[in-house]
Ligand binder design. Sequence first.
Ligand code: AHR
Length: 646
Amino acid sequence: MKRIILAALLCLPIMAGAQVKITIDPTPNGVNISPMLYGIFYEDINHAADGGIYAELIRNRSFEDNFRHPADRPDAWYPVGETSLELETEGLLNDAQKYCLHVTSDGEGEAGVCNDGFWGVNAVKGREYRLSLWIKVNVGSGFSASLVGLDGTCYASAELNVNLSEKGWQKVTASFVSNANDNDAFFVLTSKGEADYCLDVVSLFPPTFKNRPNGLRPDLAEMLQELHPRFMRFPGGCFVEGQHTPDNAFRWERTVGPIETRPGHDNSNWGYRTSDGLGFHEYLQLAEDIGAKPLYVCNIGIWHGGVTPLDDVQCWVDECLGALEYANGPVTSKYGAMRAANGHPEPFNLQYIEIGNENNQDDGAQTSDHYYERYRIFHDAILEKWPETHIIGNVAAWGTDEPRWHTDDPVELVDEHYYRSPKWFTEKFEKYDAYSRAQPPVYCGEYAVTNGFGDLGNLNAALGEAVYMMGFENNSDIVRMSSYAPIFVNENDPRWKPDMIRFSADAVMGTPSYYVQKLMSDNLGSKGVTVTEGKQILQPARLQDWKEQVAPGVFVSASLDESENVLIVKIVNTGYETQTADLDLGAFKTSGGELIQLKAVSGMAENTLDNPTNVYPVSRHISLDADAPSFCIPAYSLNILRLQRD
Ligand code: AHR
């Protein structure tokens, strides 16, 4: 067997530690790697939707979010000039609205209201903003809307075309272009002289991802697209379940249609109200726009703190079937027609359904109740109407490292969740090697390092996850799908840490975990090959490693991209020493390819919004030189070699 040694160009000027021999048998005799292995799990957590990817700039646009203040003042709205603001509960726009804002002013000059958005309205020079609002005027004239800085500088404004002879509700639209940059601007609406009017559903949008109406922030949506996710699980986790009452759960039918008909709900699990502006339709559209298959998690009549008794669960089954009809039904069906009316006559092809979220704990008191019985009812009803559906079941989500499906009920995949330390993830590199193939296949729907991740998410955490993902690939006959959790966090109100994409009103960054997700997804082979030597070399831990919960070592996996004739070798060094590796590729003849590295001088390295590329993948062409002595595997690194077959 010819031994190929990578060229000296790979050696960095770092002292090499121990020698590692990596021997790969390039025969395509490993597992078929699931093309669906890498996807994303989107949850409305940490202001992922309102104040996040949902591009709406006005906070509390419908005046329903009033519980942070005494009930007479809506969150995020402030008087401008001699104005009095009152929440009104009579003469409302429609049944979905429980409040509107009554504005009165008897002063001279301009007065009105302003909104400070989600920790600032992001004014960008040259950007056009589209305004729509509902107004009912008793007295008032000279209405105008603007974007204004804290010091009163006006960046953009438009006169509003309000019909003063109309005494009922009317919709007014306008647009304006900002002449300056200010990520902490205000939206201001004023009238001249005496005024007495009501406002509702005041909405301001910048340009959106793929120009979708009621759409998404392009920079955040592009971060998702860049992951090339094969599927998108949505709309959560706990967000699906809700808390205290079933009205705080995600009820898909309340989240579709014109925005003024959406009541919104209390996202009580994560401590803020959601407008449901990003609703069921927009989730399906997002999945389609980023090339991901939608995976909908349905509520099975269980929320945090209560359940619908098993005997009465049919209403939740109907709700799930309605969602499927909305996504897939013909335009002649009730919900298919609704989808068409909302701008998407073609079906969305929703074929993945997860029955419940974390609802199969052994202890029925832990958001679980008759899980298998519920599962069976949903499973049978869904498959009867939509036989192509891939059904995913819940297994115990916490309290065990070996959750299992305890019945003979047919299930395509079971959803495992792991929030652990970097050490746990690296030590479980071979976890699925030992998983009984008689068990149902696995969708690892939520996993992340949540102990020992530093401040926002460090490289140690990302490398631990990378090692675990290499274990998925080695066992992809059984691990068919996976998704990191959670994705988004608005830096101004983190509710869960770490998260792989952090953002403010005008900036975004990925953690090292984000880049691991991207690199693993972009470099997914189709067939596993065997690493016969040097697959896992653990090293002694230092005090620092104990503290950071890291297991130092070198971990190797390999696969073939059969359509491209490329051998993909993934090598993670979680240790503190650069390693010198000899690579033996057996019969695989190659003269080079591409090396992609994610590395830093310390496992504690992180990205921040000010320095978003501190830990960032770098790629370069490599050629192989049989005379070169070694291949350096830097400390704290993920290395992906894409070697082209000669
Ligand atoms: O990812 C955050 C939460 O963790 C999810 O909502 C839930 O499913 C899990 O417990």
